[in-house]
Design a binder for this molecule. Structure first.
Ligand code: FE2
Length: 379
């Protein structure tokens, strides 16, 4: 692994831009609509770079796929293009869809390191479940002391037994590695716990603690839960900021990582992708849980509300996490790939409009049929 300079705060601040679910490279034919979707995504990333000037970019999983080195190099060069000119440090975690190609994750990691000069993710212990589990320490503005730690974990793919859970979860060996490494870091820093952030693709089950079950009159604006929770409808609790567009699709088995964070005491905030339409953030039991909406226009998305999340930390109080989403629409950008309806409404609003028009259509057909029957009878 090449030696990179340590990450450090600049003028007292450290800004991380989290980029979710790019899903690039699925479109071998390069149809014009795919080109337009990529163009919109790049427009967003370039604008975000200009406006937000992050010190680190984190891809939060489902970056893209290709079946050979050349294809993956093309995908990587496309999705990192907005960051090359400033040579911004880049890190990532893998998502479930990054496995849907011929190239193993280990090879993808090598290619990222070859294609992007300032690439920080590494596979700390190759024997561990998953790929790219690692941590990166960040120094203060003087470059002297480590004052922040960043954890990157692979939330794996699908569960081997779909009767247990659709999605897999963080395995026991990964949690043990985290606890052991956190202890080592503490010992190396004179017994001091370094505050940390956690980045992972699939959210933890505790995200549901930020939601509450919808009252009957709220159901039209609520989302259906995922998996075991699909009989219930949810809305965000009052104190939670952001947008709930779908039921969090976490594993139905709780890995225990949230309890491990509490036990170790270093993780102050955890950041997730996977659910393309969710971008809420709120505290549960003292830890910030924050969702990243997709930054792309390729997968199922939320119209012009695709966006990036910025995390801003101050070196005088690293535990005070300032974070918010920046949406395509808020940047004043114009989409080439979306039609007028998608430009105006969220996907959920579009679904509701369609459902209402189907119901209205159904009612109209029934009324017409009833009238026709009545008329026939009267003849
Ligand atoms: Fe995704």
């Amino acid at each position: 692994m090449k030696k990179l300079p340590p990450l450090k705060f600049k003028d007292g601040k450290f800004k991380i831009m989290v980029v979710g679910d790019l899903h690039e490279g699925y479109y071998p034919k390069e149809e014009s609509i795919s080109k337009k979707k990529t163009a919109d995504t790049m427009k967003l990333l370039r604008k975000a770079m200009e406006e937000l000037e992050p010190d680190l970019v984190v891809f939060i999983g489902d970056q893209g796929k290709a079946d050979d080195d050349a294809g993956m190099r093309a995908v990587i060069s496309r999705i990192t293009a907005p960051f090359v000119s400033r040579n911004v440090p880049l890190a990532l975690v893998f998502g479930n869809h990054d496995r849907e190609c011929e190239l193993p994750l280990e090879r993808q990691l090598e290619l990222y390191a070859q294609e992007y000069e300032n690439f920080y993710t590494y596979d700390a212990v190759p024997e561990l479940t998953g790929c790219g589990n690692c941590n990166i320490l960040v120094k203060d503005s003087k470059g002297k002391n480590d004052i922040l730690n960043l954890w990157f974990a692979d939330s794996n793919n699908l569960c081997e037994n779909p009767n247990v859970s659709y999605y897999d979860w963080l395995h026991e060996d990964q949690i043990e590695w985290y606890k052991k490494t956190a202890q080592q870091i503490k010992e190396e820093h004179g017994g001091k716990t370094i505050p940390a952030l956690w980045f992972m693709h699939i959210p933890v089950c505790e995200e549901y603690e930020l939601l509450r079950q919808a009252k009957p009159h709220e159901i039209p604006d609520a989302v259906r839960g995922y998996g075991d929770r699909s009989k219930n409808f949810y809305v965000l609790k009052d104190y939670v900021e952001g947008y709930l567009g779908e039921g969090p699709a976490c594993s139905e088995v709780n890995s225990g990582i949230f309890d491990a964070w509490k036990e170790v005491g270093d993780v102050k905030g955890a950041f997730f992708g996977h659910d393309h339409m969710n971008d809420f953030a709120g505290y549960y039991d003292g830890i910030l849980l924050a969702q990243n909406k997709t930054a792309s226009f390729h997968p199922y998305t939320d119209g012009c509300r695709s966006g990036v999340r910025l995390i801003t930390l101050d070196e005088n109080n690293v535990e005070d996490i300032q974070t918010r989403m920046y949406h395509f629409k808020q940047f004043g950008l114009k989409s080439e790939s979306l039609g007028p309806v998608q430009r105006t409404f969220t996907d959920r609003q579009v679904m509701k409009i369609k459902a209402a028009s189907w119901i209205a259509g159904g009612v109209a057909v029934s009324v017409a049929a009833a009238l026709a029957a009545k008329k026939k009878k009267e003849k």
